[in-house]
Design a protein around this ligand. Structure first.
Ligand SMILES: [Zn+2]
Length: 397
């Protein structure tokens, strides 16, 4: 089945002249400054500069990632080895567009980001999930089919199964339901909660910016359409003309990063560098009858402590001068006698998509491990080091 664009006119890429672009961005910046409820709708075009190919770009596209996935399939062609694509999406570094959107959300200017992308880059870039609607799922997220609990993983959860089962089960002892990846394949219904969130914001929006979407997939494209229907300002940033071309108040034809860099300059807001954010939680349960304590170490979503996040490939623990113990799978827990007076050293090993170095921390002895403790770790891949903080408002700007 062909999913690409069949009309050659709709595949044609347009580029605004610098004068046209400047005028459009000046106007857009002004509208955003005056907006009450600004929302953004993103498609694959927002991620192509990170090396992730899109789906529908034509065989003659200017994009370094080359033609879209489905365009290649429709033309029975393979991707050229000259295409600048990333081998592992987990290693993709958020683009200036992703980071500009994070900053607009942190400042309260962007009220909701609606995305068709399942590459997980919006959350990885630092967007607060409370202000994101991921319509087509997230490759790092799986959910319990029974209790709908969410689990984030620092790896791709897609097992390429049509039933979406990942083989893992819910952590909750009273549930233990089967977990499913959150990806939405063609023909499958969109997640109701995300869709409702998106439409609620489309109902309130006075300015909606589309970035890098061909707007050919429904019901997702009905969201920006709804803004136009309400006679509010719809601005579409995409290389090709979209089916909503005539409904938009402005169509901007250039790359998403060019739009967002120009926009942030006009808003006088710097685009922050990308910093990897992690939350680590340590629980220590004392069993006075057995005279021992159990230490449990886990990752949690940095913005929502309710969501477990698989962050560690392994954890090493060394007690006193004893041989170090290596824990290789969740739950990462170890029992220690309360009589043990030796120091405890813990080394966290991450999955290393961004060459994260291990992180070490220590306790004087088991009696010094608090009942519950959590801290945040920020990793700057350019510096190659972690910064630890216990203040959740201490954002890595
Ligand atoms: Zn469950």
């Amino acid at each position: 089945m062909a999913h690409g664009i069949s009309d050659p006119e709709c595949k044609k890429e347009y580029f605004d002249s610098q004068i046209e672009l400047n005028a459009k961005l000046d106007q857009l910046a002004q509208w955003i400054k005056e907006s009450q409820h600004f929302i953004v709708f993103t498609g694959a075009g927002v991620s192509t500069s990170t090396g992730i190919p899109d789906f529908r770009s034509a065989m003659d596209t200017v994009l370094p990632t080359g033609p879209g996935e489905w365009e290649l399939q429709d033309n029975k062609k393979f991707r050229s080895n000259k295409a600048k694509i990333i081998d592992d999406i987990q290693q993709a570094i958020p683009s200036p567009s992703h980071m500009a959107l994070v900053e607009l959300q942190r400042r309260g200017i962007l009220k909701c980001l609606i995305s068709q992308n399942c590459d997980g880059l919006h959350l990885r870039s630092g967007m607060n999930p409370a202000y994101v609607a991921e319509l087509h799922g997230n490759m790092n997220l799986e959910t319990c089919e029974k209790c709908h609990a969410k689990y984030l993983r620092d790896f791709d959860t897609d097992m390429n199964r049509s039933d979406h089962y990942t083989g893992r089960r819910c952590d909750k002892s009273d549930c233990r339901g089967q977990l499913k990846d959150s990806l939405i394949n063609f023909g499958e219904n969109l997640p109701e909660d995300e869709l409702n969130k998106a439409f609620n914001h489309a109902e309130k929006a006075d300015v909606c910016l589309v970035l890098g979407s061909s707007l050919t997939v429904t019901p997702a494209s009905d969201i920006p359409r709804q803004v136009a229907k309400r006679k509010k300002k719809l601005i579409i940033g995409n290389l090709q003309r979209t089916p909503l071309y005539n409904r938009a108040i402005i169509n901007i034809h250039t790359f998403s990063d060019t739009i967002m860099k120009g926009l942030m300059e006009r808003l006088n807001i710097p685009i922050p560098p990308w910093i990897l954010r992690r939350r680590v939680r340590i629980i220590c349960q004392n069993d006075p009858d057995m005279n021992k304590s159990k230490i449990n170490i886990e990752g949690r979503d940095p913005d929502n402590a309710e969501i477990p996040f698989t962050l560690f490939k392994s954890i090493q623990m060394t007690i006193g001068d004893r041989k170090k113990q290596e824990l290789n799978c969740e739950p990462f827990s170890i029992e220690i006698s309360n009589k043990n007076i030796h120091s405890i050293s813990i080394r966290l090993h991450f999955f290393g998509h961004y060459n994260e170095v291990p992180f070490d921390f220590h306790y004087i002895n088991i009696r010094n491990v608090p009942k519950e403790e959590q801290f945040y770790l920020f990793y700057n891949p350019l510096k190659g080091e972690w910064r630890k903080t216990i203040d959740e408002t201490d954002l890595p700007i």
